[in-house]
Ligand binder design. Structure first.
Ligand SMILES: [Cu+2]
Length: 334
């Protein structure tokens, strides 16, 4: 068995649906087309927080993997991007279609112990069980001393916390993870989103040359969500693009003191996100993203970011570069 060969469900990643947490007041959340289309159905930016609901299905996938999906038979690794506006509440009903105990545990939002997703708090789905988890968020508020209490806005993530061990070690290892974005009102929305999970020596549980190739047209606003899992440290590097090391990746003015970087630690449990304009200042082409720990990149922790011409056509040299990548063995001297 080659668990790193492209599985059949990988195709679905390219048309991956994500949850943009649709309608307020408990209507079903519409799933929308993912990477290849501009976002539709994103939650309305309401003045006050809204209650939204989404149903996720945890499923077994070929190769011993597991995934979360927005409909039966639609699970992917990573799971769908879940989004909420700061101040919103998201009710996540998780349907466990597997024969194993599992859960969903979020980072960055507020929740009661009953929604912790941990066996410690008896908060998980037994095999075949359905359970609803409630994730809340709030906006920043002024506090004494001209200080502010933070809200929940950020690039976060969710993952299993119950399969295999009380920490969900088996679930995380086998693909039960995804991105969670809490946006602040007024944030700029991207045209495309890419979730990159460094999980042990793999990216999205794949190794080069089977890692995802993300695509955008020159100048499109793309959002990267980077998540770390597993048992080793990583550094995320993106070629030819850079971002501000703050909440959004964009400078908020000429005096914004945020460092501008193109490489950032991505250790287990951590996450960050940023937006860039594809190919801005450098042009179209095939650019690498990879772990910058050398034996990790040599070992296959690398993927491609294809920036097409603005009209969607392939830039010169791109096909050749992709061919080179796919023939690359990623062994020492290879
Ligand atoms: Cu690494």
């Amino acid at each position: 068995m080659d668990q790193h060969a492209p599985p059949a469900w990988l195709d679905r990643i390219l048309s991956r649906r994500r949850v943009l947490a649709g309608s307020a007041a408990g209507l079903a959340v519409p799933a929308i087309a993912g990477a290849a289309a501009a976002p539709r159905g994103r939650p309305e930016e309401l003045a006050t927080g809204a209650l939204r609901r989404v149903t996720l299905y945890a499923e077994a996938l070929p190769g011993g993997l597991f995934g979360y999906g927005l409909a039966p038979g639609q699970a992917t690794v990573p799971g769908p991007v879940l989004e909420m506006w700061e101040g919103d509440t998201l009710e996540v009903t998780l349907v466990n279609t597997t024969t194993q105990r599992l859960s969903i545990h979020p980072h960055g939002v507020d929740y009661d112990t009953a929604s912790d997703g941990s066996p410690l708090n008896a908060s998980f789905n037994n095999a075949g069980e359905t359970r609803t988890y409630v994730w809340r968020s709030r906006e920043m508020v002024a506090a004494a001393g001209r200080r502010y209490m933070p809200g929940n806005a950020g690039y976060w993530h969710y993952h299993d916390h119950a399969m295999g061990t009380d920490h969900g070690t088996a679930g995380i290892a086998k693909g039960l993870y995804g991105a969670l974005i809490v946006r602040r009102r007024g944030d700029i929305l991207p045209a495309r989103q890419f979730t990159v999970v460094f999980n042990d020596m793999m990216i999205n549980n794949l190794m080069a040359p089977h890692t995802p190739m993300f695509e955008a047209n020159l100048g499109e606003r793309v959002e990267w969500i980077a998540i770390g899992h597993g048992n080793t440290f990583h550094t995320f590097h993106l070629h030819a693009h850079r971002w501000a090391d703050n909440r959004t990746g964009m400078l908020e003015g000429p005096a914004d003191p945020s460092a501008v970087i193109d490489n950032k630690d991505l250790n287990p449990g951590s996450s960050f996100g940023f937006q860039v304009l594809a190919g801005d200042g450098v042009g179209p082409g095939v650019w690498m993203y990879h772990c910058h720990v050398q034996f990790h990149s040599d070992g296959g922790m690398v993927g491609l970011f294809l920036v097409r011409n603005a009209d969607g056509s392939m830039p010169p040299g791109a096909e050749e570069a992709i061919h080179r990548f796919r023939g690359h063995t990623h062994q020492h001297g290879g």
